[in-house]
Design a protein around this ligand. Structure first.
Ligand code: 13P
Length: 257
């Protein structure tokens, strides 16, 4: 099996104006503009995508959005369609982030529709899954995550499934400074892979699985050294271009371990 090429993706969430995004892109490219060992992705607010397209177009940095509609176009006030994202040179889209599940009441049914539409529109979905603290403490983490994976990836062909990226993001580790131990993260990523194998056999070996939740420059190498962790989805620590560049370089060290 070909080795899965790692991904380090920054999720800016609702941060950065257009001019801040432009400054960031210039600084990031100065630091990591020629690396090839990992794929670097910036998932930016919709409003910054056009500027980032211009700044990053010829570079190794890929562009992603943080959400999209489950419809291709139509009378859906306030929504953004996958066609609009591919037009802005996006290759990735984060779907089902816990902040959208919890705060915006997105359901597995909504997310499954979005995943399918992203794939048919030529976007790579980064599907986020993860348990909350009560579920983890009750010993239900694996069952919860398995259920999300099965429901959100329902009805995909093996070829479609192979293109999905999954981000395991335990809710209790997001923005809290509490990272899952690298072994707990590895165990869950392996559990996700075995769930995928149950759905689609050996295709599971091709699916990239990221970890997210308080990933920092000083814990990324350890996470990357684990066999089922193929990268990271980084929130707070992706907001500063110097810090994020350091995190990317440390990730490369971890892959080499
Ligand atoms: P933090 O890295 O800030 O914990 O956020 C993780 C996250 O939600 C990425 O999508």
């Amino acid at each position: 099996m070909a080795k899965r090429h790692p991904i380090i993706a920054g999720n800016w969430k609702m941060y950065k104006t257009v001019s801040e995004a432009r400054d960031y892109a210039v600084k990031l490219l100065e630091k990591v503009g020629d690396i090839t060992e990992v794929d670097v992705v910036i998932c930016a607010p919709f409003t910054a995508l056009s500027t980032l397209k211009d700044e990053l177009e010829e570079s190794i940095v890929h562009l992603g959005a943080q959400n999209m509609s489950w419809a291709l176009e139509g009378a859906y006030t306030g929504e953004i369609s996958p066609k609009m994202l591919t037009d802005l040179a996006c290759t990735y889209v984060v779907l089902g982030h816990s902040e959208r599940r919890e705060l915006m009441r997105e359901t597995d049914e909504d997310i499954a529709k979005k995943v399918k539409l992203a794939l048919s529109s030529g976007l790579i979905p980064i599907l986020c899954v993860g348990e909350n603290l009560t579920q983890r403490e009750g010993g239900r983490a694996l069952g919860i995550v398995r259920g999300q994976v099965e429901r959100d990836l329902a009805d995909l062909s093996a070829e479609e499934l192979a293109r999905v990226v999954i981000a395991y993001e335990p809710i209790w580790a997001i923005g809290t400074g509490k990272t899952a131990s690298s072994q707990d993260a590895q165990d869950m990523c392996a559990g996700i892979r075995s769930t995928l194998a149950g759905i689609a056999g050996s295709v599971a070996d091709e699916v990239k699985i990221l970890y997210g939740g308080s990933v920092k420059p000083d814990n990324i190498a350890e996470l990357m050294s684990k066999p089922d962790i193929d990268g990271a989805l980084v929130g707070g620590a992706s907001l500063d271009p110097d810090g994020f560049s350091k995190l990317i370089m440390n990730a490369i060290e971890g892959v080499r371990k």
